[in-house]
Design a protein around this ligand. Sequence first.
Ligand code: SIN
Length: 531
Amino acid sequence: MSAATRKIGIACGGVGYWQQRADVVVVGTGVAGLAAALAAHRQGRRVVVLSKASETATFYAQGGIAVVVPRTDDTIEAHVTDTLAAGGGLCDREAVTSIVADGYAAVAELVDVGARFDESVPGQWSLTREGGHSRRRIVHAGGDATGAEVQRALNHAADTLDIRRNHVALQILRDADTVTGVLVHNDDGPGVIHAPSVILATGGLGHLYSATTNPEGSTGDGIALALWAGLPAADVEFIQFHPTMLFDGNAGGRRPLITEALRGEGAILIDARGDSVTAGVHPMGDLAPRDVVAAAIDERLSQTGDPCVYLDARSVEDFQRRFPTVNAACLAAGVDATVALIPVVPGAHYSCGGVVTDVYGRTELTGLFAAGEVARTGMHGANRLASNSLLEGLVVGRRAGTGAAEHAANSAAPRATFEPVTRVALPRADLQRAMTRHVAVVRDAVGLTHVAELLETAGASELTTRAGFEDAALTVTASAVVAAALARLESRGCHHRADHPDLDPTGATSTHVRLQSDGTSTVTRGAEVCC
Ligand code: SIN
């Protein structure tokens, strides 16, 4: 037990619990979490960062950060236009413009704390292209190891911060109007951190599925915590499947990503017969937005019955130096991509929706902020544009940290209380199997209803272990995703309904899901957000 931790004799399911205080608690240590923590720390606030897992999605990001670099042929307007086009009519133009416009300053700040990006000539970043981008505007590091460099630089900058490993945030504590703290589980058992500001930066939900590009901690925690706290999640039916996840038989869990930047450098997608997968599908071909390419692959696999398609990267110049991460993953799977085709399938990659926030990370609950993949700012709409995620995490993380620090500075120290709660959970393998079968690239009412009925059979879960908490988080997050997917009777962005294959021109409104006290979800449609 740490020196600052004391057990006190208050019953918590029959056990005492420890208590601490902070000004700002940040949940998560990826790009958004550490950007937020550093910003709050710079404001002189007592910041505690909670981390349940050693790996972040940031670390695994390959392609890069989409950013408009001054004095190039690129413009903020062009980046905004590309983002809106990818987002299927559901992006919030003002949110996109605000985040894109702040991108260069946020990346420059990252350079100030030590991040080093690849250069084409000394002093000039090397820019690549990815799906949906009309310009070369992706900065990258270590070839295809951008996330690792971003994480390294942020970890270094955050070295002196109070980062608590193996701490699982179990519940956001609130009174009627504001946040009062977080209920946490660590090696000492349950405890409360009393704090006026809490920032959710918990990442995504890829482990709703049997195979995903996400690290093992991506279990929908932040969406679950917000739903349990009575807040809405929006647009959670839009789960982005990356078109090219390495296919390695039926292996599940985290699977290697084959970065889209490879297609930006000339790799092509073909099926087992050597035919193009995207010819005639979209004017941008293999560099069409992700939802289009993933759906084209899914359709080709249904037509052919093949287990995978292939990425032909043999013509990519300087492949091993430019794409060392992909090269290593392929070699580990027995594929030498300089001479052989890379087997790929679409894989669960990114949650476009999430906890409803503004572009400063503020939620509807005073003192609660969310940033990064967990949040829905209006940036991504129905389908995120490639490499916009690190950008959003950096920009909104920084803003959320500053806002949370200011809120804490103006708040009296709260005293958090809590009632023991019961959560329900399905066995994880059952949940993942059902989501993979029925709620992946293409859905329909029959499959969605089957999963909804399965979710209703979830039994009480033990919240005293990380796995028990994650199973409960996955279950409530899946319920929200399924409810939203059932309610959206059209195909838009990365939500494809086999039984509603067309875009509904009246459907450009966000889906908001809230959890009711009886555990059911209610779905409402927000104001029209089409731009
Ligand atoms: C990729 O490198 O293809 C993934 C980048 C992203 O998810 O934006």
